[in-house]
Design a protein around this ligand. Structure first.
Ligand code: IMP
Length: 420
């Protein structure tokens, strides 16, 4: 049984969360696993008429009789995990008991990580202010605290002393109090979940051939710490390769990589955005697409689709298929532009420096809009001809098959190929 990866091809917010449930049902994934990031992500899912926003728990947890894994590559805010998400599941009467596994190797986001977000760097990048970068910095500096380290502190006095000393080195005032608080949060979290070696469990499932596994990426390719628009990126490997390290599974277990892109582009936070629209069209896309951050509420910057960046993202991830989302947001555009190249650059060349990418001049092709509602279309042939032409144009240009088209926010607003 394979692992497939669902990964964002843009700057995040491609609508991955909405796709997870329908894909899990259609393709029979029994396990959904997050491999990076923390509560900087916001995956919105409509479940039973209710809006649920998942930040750390994989959004596929809403599918009954499945397992959800929070992998070693994540950084976890335990307080937010319990108070925002587990309680949310309880209110929505989604039974997650014994279905959620948390890696004992995942690092914990501590109060000093969040406090450090008042730095000039965080302001310049316009981060989500959740302490993500600082938690990963402590991880890389080999002084971070992991979920398993905290759990050990429950029964082992020496381990507890070491945790207090670690907190002291971070300059934490009242380290005893901070530790007690973190352990209280972990205790609540552990009442309904299992903190364990999730890599071992995933590998066991894979060896026994029990379950199909879907790795659910957060953020997007252009926010990847290595491959994104550095330094305007997040602090983890958001791309498909991150699924192997962030879950502890072999790369050869990964079969399909489903790259998710919106039918246009958005970005939240600072950084280069060649096809950004600062005019009324951008404003219209923002309103029609409800492009406001699900974590911070910040308005997202909007622009046309950027094929040079998408080709790059398809390559970096080895995407085997394309999931195109929010096509309905373009329903009222007379003319749709698509950036097919950057003037003066070789095909496929993406500048390493963000200031250079910010200066490229996009070459646009104009395509006719369809001025017909595509909202809620469930079959490819239900789409107006011009919308189908738009999708075919993208498939031909990107040389990738479209396997999913999302036509609205509700779970059933979707076309998944092969159609039945
Ligand atoms: P951080 O991940 O909070 O450190 O923020 C770094 C950059 O990534 C900022 O520009 C954020 O706006 C952006 N970012 C982080 N998470 C998301 C997300 O889930 N969607 C879109 N942008 C994100």
């Amino acid at each position: 049984m394979p692992v497939d990866v669902l990964v964002g091809l843009q700057w995040g917010d491609e609508g991955k969360g909405k796709l997870v449930g329908p894909l899990m049902k259609k393709r029979d994934y029994k396990v959904v696993a997050r491999y990076q990031g923390g509560n900087n992500a916001g995956h919105t899912v409509y479940y039973d008429g209710r809006k649920l926003v998942f930040k750390q728990i994989p959004s596929g947890i809403v599918v009954p009789r499945t397992y959800a894994v929070m992998g070693n590559g994540m950084v976890i805010n335990l307080k937010a995990l319990y108070e925002d998400e587990m309680r949310g599941l309880e209110e929505a009467q989604i039974d997650y008991k014994d279905r959620l596994f948390i890696s004992d190797r995942a690092h914990v986001i501590l109060p000093h990580h969040v406090a450090a977000e008042s730095s000039a760097t965080s302001k310049r990048i316009d981060t989500t202010k959740k302490g993500i970068g600082y938690a990963y910095a402590d991880k890389a500096a080999r002084r971070g605290i992991r979920v398993g380290d905290l759990a050990e502190g429950f029964s082992n006095h020496n381990a507890r002393q070491e945790l207090i000393e670690a907190l002291e080195t971070f300059g934490t005032e009242n380290p005893d109090g901070v530790l007690d608080e973190q352990m209280r949060h972990l205790d609540r979290v552990m009442q309904n979940t299992r903190v364990c070696n999730t890599a071992a469990i995933l590998n066991e499932w894979l060896k026994l051939g029990y379950y199909n596994i879907l790795a659910e990426g957060a953020q997007g390719t252009l926010l990847d710490i290595d491959h994104g628009t550095y330094p305007f990126v997040t602090s983890s490997n958001t791309t498909a390769g991150g699924a192997a390290t962030g879950l502890g599974i072999g790369p050869a277990t990964i079969k399909k990589v489903i790259g998710v892109a919106k039918a246009y582009t958005t970005r939240v936070g600072e950084g280069p955005f060649p096809t950004e629209l600062k005019d009324g069209t951008g404003q219209r896309l923002r309103e029609r697409g409800n492009e406001f951050g699900s974590v911070t509420g910040r308005p997202r910057r909007c622009g046309w689709l950027d094929l040079p960046l998408l080709r790059y993202a398809i390559d970096i991830n080895g995407a085997t298929e394309l999931a195109l989302t929010k096509i309905d947001v373009l329903d009222e555009e007379d003319t749709i532009r698509v950036c097919v190249d950057y003037n003066g650059l070789k095909k496929g060349e993406i500048p390493a420096l963000s200031e250079h990418l910010a200066q490229v001049t996009p070459v646009y092709e104009k395509l006719p809009g369809w001025i017909t509602s595509t909202r809620g279309a469930k079959r490819f042939l239900d789409l107006p001809q011009k919308a189908r032409d738009y999708i075919d144009f993208l498939r031909n240009n990107l040389k990738i098959e479209t396997s999913v088209i999302s036509t609205g926010p509700e779970e059933h607003d979707i076309i998944i190929f092969p159609e039945q």
